[in-house]
Design a protein around this ligand. Structure first.
Ligand SMILES: Cc1cc2nc3c(=O)[nH]c(=O)nc-3n(C[C@H](O)[C@H](O)[C@H](O)COP(=O)(O)OP(=O)(O)OC[C@H]3O[C@@H](n4cnc5c(N)ncnc54)[C@H](O)[C@@H]3O)c2cc1C
Length: 504
């Protein structure tokens, strides 16, 4: 493909091969266009694989895109039982990896290829004449450092937010030394596999969990379980708020019983002294105290018997004065934000608060919504001033944590229809959401994860409500889930953070 190829013959570029990026590619194929998918990681769905030990809260029947299903059915693929709650690893093994391996998609996916810039051929952001009819230019860098430019007719950015967690310092900024601590692997991923793959990094060591959401709660509970087997394991927990009880929910009286149960278990661990709580903490610095004992490279390796000296000194301020905590690992559970850095030359229209497309932002702002059910939406709501450029999937929600895969599938169905010029299909809404909203049913998740109820047309399924805190019984029709979890910042508060602050 060159710059002289007619624009309609150029491929549609898709950034990211997560569930939404791969679904977008399947829709592009269904529309007889050519997809070109770029994936920064070594394998398709790298981000989902990173949290593969986590159990999904939505069962299979809501996790499979219709165009993707059509491609898979041509291969003799057997669709998993609809009511089973898969883990992230199962989502990859039984759906995303086979999808990426279909003959139609396998040649279209470039792994270990990071998109580092998006622009228009020959036109920077300020050039307007003829812009709409000018192909896009995508610049990529592969694992060997080679930089390549690609000319494409449209761009769907489905690169997620997993790679850009919120910083630990105050005011949305990194604390002093935070970047170095992350590079050294002392600040882990937001959801490490404490009881599995990453166990050696936590067993008999001292871990500080930062954050007051349900991801924090889940990691603390996993660490508590690890401590039962490895009694020298130490657990500390730092929160910005004054009282960890805010995270416990209402216990037995909680409107969402599973959330209450999770909170109750956490409360017991704290009250038993197994978790040391630091309240009202603003983290100001992270200092590496022993560089020799660890590096980012050893994540996932067997560290049995290796040095267990504290490696990280976390400093902060509290109303009572300065605080300093020596730990081996820090688990950040402070939410995610979109990476907009490679979109500098693209004309974006983003909500100034959550960094989602302007029309979508107010519908999902965590300051005002805890579980705001956003109506299914497509190309129109997601459009930017840059014709044929879209942000879809998790990244389309910006800093808001309530994204649902099924919503992403509907987004890309509509977006691809719009790119193909089928405005009628682009405007149509094909995803049916119940009117109940995500707060109205207990699916065993916090409000900061979207609920199965959002996409449940009938409420008779055996997985509803699904247990969030305990893994489903193996003999149940929901199957055995991994560690259930809720994601993102603590918006498990009715009417969002602002209402919660007012109540306090
Ligand atoms: C722990 C957890 C549990 C969840 N459970 C559910 C659930 O049960 N049900 C549900 O509906 N939703 C769930 N979600 C929310 C959401 O559906 C998932 O995060 C989903 O993976 C989002 O899909 P995505 O394709 O938008 O992004 P991702 O899955 O994050 O995929 C983005 C991909 O883009 C790649 N990438 C990033 N930057 C670049 C770049 N510059 N160039 C090239 N490639 C790049 C990444 O490596 C990644 O593979 C969960 C999320 C988390 C974190």
């Amino acid at each position: 493909m060159t710059e002289s190829t007619p624009i309609s013959k150029l491929p549609v570029a898709i950034i990211g091969s997560g569930p939404v990026g791969l679904a977008a590619a399947a829709h592009v194929i269904a529309r007889r266009m050519e997809p070109l998918v770029f994936e920064a990681g070594a394998t398709p769905a790298t981000a989902v694989s990173a949290w593969g030990h986590i159990g999904l809260f939505s069962p299979w029947k809501y996790n499979i895109d219709q165009a993707a299903r059509a491609l898979l059915e041509l291969t003799g693929w057997v669709e998993p039982a609809g009511d089973y709650l898969p883990t992230g690893a199962e989502l990859v093994a039984k759906y995303l990896a086979p999808l990426a391996a279909t003959p139609q998609l396998s040649n279209a996916i470039r792994t270990q290829t990071q998109v580092i810039a998006v622009s228009r051929v020959g036109k920077d952001r300020t050039r307007t004449p003829g812009r709409e009819d000018t192909p896009f230019l995508l610049r990529t860098q592969n694992e060997r450092g080679e930089i390549l430019d690609h000319v494409v007719r449209a761009v769907i950015d489905a690169s997620g937010t997993w790679g850009t967690p919120n910083p630990l310092g105050q005011a949305g900024l990194p604390a002093n030394g935070e970047n170095e601590a992350r590079e050294a692997g002392l600040v882990t991923s937001p959801l490490p596999d404490v009881l599995g793959r990453d166990r050696a990094h936590f067993a008999d060591r001292h871990t500080l969990v930062v954050g007051a959401g349900h991801s924090a709660a889940n990691t603390l509970l996993a660490l508590g379980e690890l401590r039962e087997a490895e009694p020298s394991t130490r657990i500390s927990w730092a929160i910005r708020g004054t009282d960890p009880a805010d995270v416990y929910g209402g216990g037995d009286q909680d409107g969402l019983p599973a959330r209450g149960a999770l909170g109750t278990r956490l409360r017991h661990l704290v009250e038993a002294g197994r978790i040391e709580v630091h309240t009202s903490v603003t983290i100001t610095g992270l200092g590496i105290t022993d560089r020799s004992a660890t590096s980012a490279d050893n994540i996932g390796q067997d560290l049995t018997g290796s040095d267990t000296a504290s490696k990280l000194t976390v400093t902060g301020i509290t109303p009572a004065g300065a605080v300093s905590i020596d730990v081996d690992r820090l688990v950040p559970t402070t939410g995610f934000r979109p990476d907009l850095s490679f979109l500098r030359e693209i004309r974006l229209d983003l909500d100034p608060i959550v960094e989602a497309p302007t029309g979508l932002g107010p519908l999902i702002d965590p300051e005002h919504h805890s579980c705001g059910t956003v109506a299914p939406h497509g190309a129109r709501l997601l459009a930017h001033p840059e014709t044929d450029f879209y942000i879809a999937g998790m990244k389309s929600y910006g800093r808001a944590p309530t994204f649902l895969m099924a919503t992403g599938y509907e987004q890309v169905r509509s977006i691809v229809a719009a790119i193909a010029g089928d405005q009628e299909a682009a405007e149509r809404v094909e995803l049916v959401l119940p009117e109940t909203g995500v707060c109205s049913a207990d699916i065993g998740s916090s409000c900061d994860t979207p609920s199965v109820a959002t996409v449940t047309a009938d409420s008779s399924g055996c997985c509803e409500p699904a247990p969030a805190v305990e893994a489903a019984e193996p003999e149940s029709c929901c199957g055995e889930a991994g560690q259930p979890v809720s994601i993102g910042i603590p918006t498990g508060l009715e009417h969002g953070r602002s209402a919660h602050q007012e109540a306090q």
